[in-house]
Design a protein around this ligand. Sequence first.
Ligand code: AHR
Length: 332
Amino acid sequence: MRKKMIALLSAATLSMALVACGSSKTASTDDSKKDGGSASEIVVGFSQVGAESDWRTANTESMKSTFTEANGYKLIFDDAQQKQENQITAIRNFIQQEVDYIVLAPVTETGWDTVLKEAKDAGIPVIIVDRMIDVSDDSLYTAWVGSDFRAEGDKAVEWMNTKFADKDLNIVHIQGTIGSSAQIGRTEGLEAGVDAHANWNIVAQQTGEFTQAKGQEVMESVLKQNSDIDVVYCENDNEAFGAIDAIEAAGKKCGEDGITVISFDATKAGLTETLSGKISYDVECNPLHGPRVQNIIETLEKGETPDKLAYVEEEAFDAATFTQEELDKRAY
Ligand code: AHR
């Protein structure tokens, strides 16, 4: 790791080197650092939410294939299994290991102030990726890159508006992990749409925790109580797969002449169901953040300041016009 190399420099050279690196870390003469990295590589500790969805798998793959030894990095990867307490433990471990950067994909927005203050006090820059955090002091993180989840929800509602503006709609709403930015933004979008349409009703609203199993479970229990459903608004593709299985197991159809399924992520698997017509509209959420986080780190390494917030551009796909060619081009 670079701090070991720094320890060999004279005090004068050291202070110049720290300025050139834009680093606020305290110089150390202790050569027994704990991260196990080599003298020149940049050590990144990445706390990942979990492995709940196809999107998450693609995101993990993007990070792992970016932060490789060949690219000059050592990646310490931690899977939090959708639990914030595991992420807090991981961040504390990264601090102990004296990593160069902490990258956090936060499970929920709140609850980060204390541990990020510890990272700040240790002089370790924190980069937030994917979902956002809600902290009292913005200096607790250096930069964020991710999606505009409210805009994603609004896109879905705009499409519903073009299809169903004047129709009576019974909507089942399968939410993501409660308190995550992805859930908050997509839920706000739908609820604003429902508020604006007297004839749209949310008949059930429950979390599917962004997983296929939970999406199926929620949809099965809704179908037992209510057979008059027009739209299922799933907050990710995996929930949609579960909901589709439940709908079909109940002897009903998805798509044009059945229940309209709306989804988010637009993964290859999700868009395969869009091509088949079972997902009527799939709003993209781009998971390929590895190179984006690398750009932020490279900017910091040059002593420059990256953008504090960077939103990724995203599109949406309508089953009525989606083609095999477009599916073949998908990178994830
Ligand atoms: O934060 C992004 C969301 O998290 C994706 O929509 C979902 O699939 C993932 O688990």
